[in-house]
Structure formats: C-alpha cells, structure tokens
Design a protein around this ligand. Sequence first.
Ligand code: SAM
Length: 221
Amino acid sequence: MTDGQERAWSDLAPRYVLEAPRDEAATSVRPGAAVTLREVWGRDAPLIVEIGSGQGHAMIHAATARPETNFLAVEVFTAGLARTMLGAERAGLENLRLVEANAPEVLEHLLPPASIDELWVFFPDPWHKNKHTKRRLLTPEFATIAAQAVRDGGVLRLATDWEQYARQMREVLDAAPEFARSFQGPWAERFEGRVLTAFERKGARAGRAIRDLTYERRDRG
Ligand SMILES: C[S@@+](CC[C@H](N)C(=O)[O-])C[C@H]1O[C@@H](n2cnc3c(N)ncnc32)[C@H](O)[C@@H]1O
C-alpha cells in the first residue's frame, strides 16, 4: 500500500471498518459472529451490500446519492478498501461501512438473516480459463447463502462482461428456488445506479458485451 493508503487504515478504519471476529483464515468470519445493524450504523435503515467493491466507486457514488440508506462494502483487497475509505472521507459519508472479509462468510455469519435490501455483485473475478472456473463466486452454494441474507422482496443485482460467466449466473439463479427473475428478455437493463468502473470500461473496450441481471428474493412464506 502507498503511504496514503497506510494512513487511511490507521486514521480512518475506526470510523469506517466493521471488524469481523475471525476464524482461522485472516479474511474469514467466525460462525455465530452476527452483528446488530443498529449498533453498527447507529440507526435503522435499508441496507445495500456490495460484494467485491474494489476501489469503492459504486459504493461511494450510491452512498452519497442516498444518505437515508446504509451501505456495506465487502472486499478482501486491502489497498482497495483504503481507497474506499479515502473516498468516503472526501465525500463526508456517515452511511458507509467496510468489511475486509471473504464475502460468502460475511453473508452467512456476520449479517443477520434477511437483513439485506439489495445485494450487488458487479464484475466479480471472471476466472475465465477453463481450469479456473470452479473458483467463481456465483455458484448454487452462493445462491443459497445470499438467499439467507437478503430479505423477502429484496434485490440481487449482478453485472459482468464475461458472456460465459453471465450465462452461468443466470443458470444458477434461475435454478435457485429462492430467487425470481426481475427482467423480461434474455438480460436485465443496465442498472442506472451502477457507475462505470475500470473493469466495465476494459471489457467494453475489448468488445465484450456487458450483461446485467436482476433477481428478487421470493417470500419465505
Ligand atoms: C474484478 S474486481 C471488480 C471490482 C468492482 N466491483 C468494480 O467493478 O470495479 C473483483 C473484486 O472482487 C474482490 N473479491 C474477490 N473474491 C472476493 C471474496 N471472496 N470476498 C470479497 N471480495 C472478493 C477482489 O478483491 C476484487 O477487488
């Protein structure tokens, strides 16, 4: 990390970072470690969570535009989290928190069940080589964990520039009994709340189509 990013961690982490009780791995979350949202944000408000928030552009933009909503950025990339904190400080944000942890464990152990209003996964690592596709985040197991964390009627938004991964996401979520498509036709409209990041720009420049997907969490009944 640069000096500025080191400073972000020492000076800004107390304000922005939600500390996760760890299991064995450094970015793990200990089972049974669920937080109380009101204690973390100091208020009750809708919650939007982004998995793999990178440098935090989408979160900072959205948290600035929607001060009445709570936001949580989930990332394992320390320098990206530092940049997110610097951006949050510049924007004077009070409604954004960050957690440095493996996203599925955050959904499963750190957040209470049915606590998320919207879950965003934008340009997850594509792992496009055949021998690596099993490392992808969007699996049936992930769908089950996400379904546990998202409230009834809550929304799951995804975007990727890798056609084959987009198809995998759609196949997995179409098959998940907890989720229903919120779009007509093969793909969703581009989510207007999604800012253009370097990953999207790079994909578009390489001639790849950008695919959005939107699903609604069905009622638990
Ligand atoms: C391709 S980048 C996209 C970043 C951002 N969404 C954007 O569009 O600019 C994917 C990000 O997901 C993060 N990531 C990958 N696996 C993760 C995991 N298991 N938990 C949390 N973050 C993860 C990576 O560190 C990386 O920053």
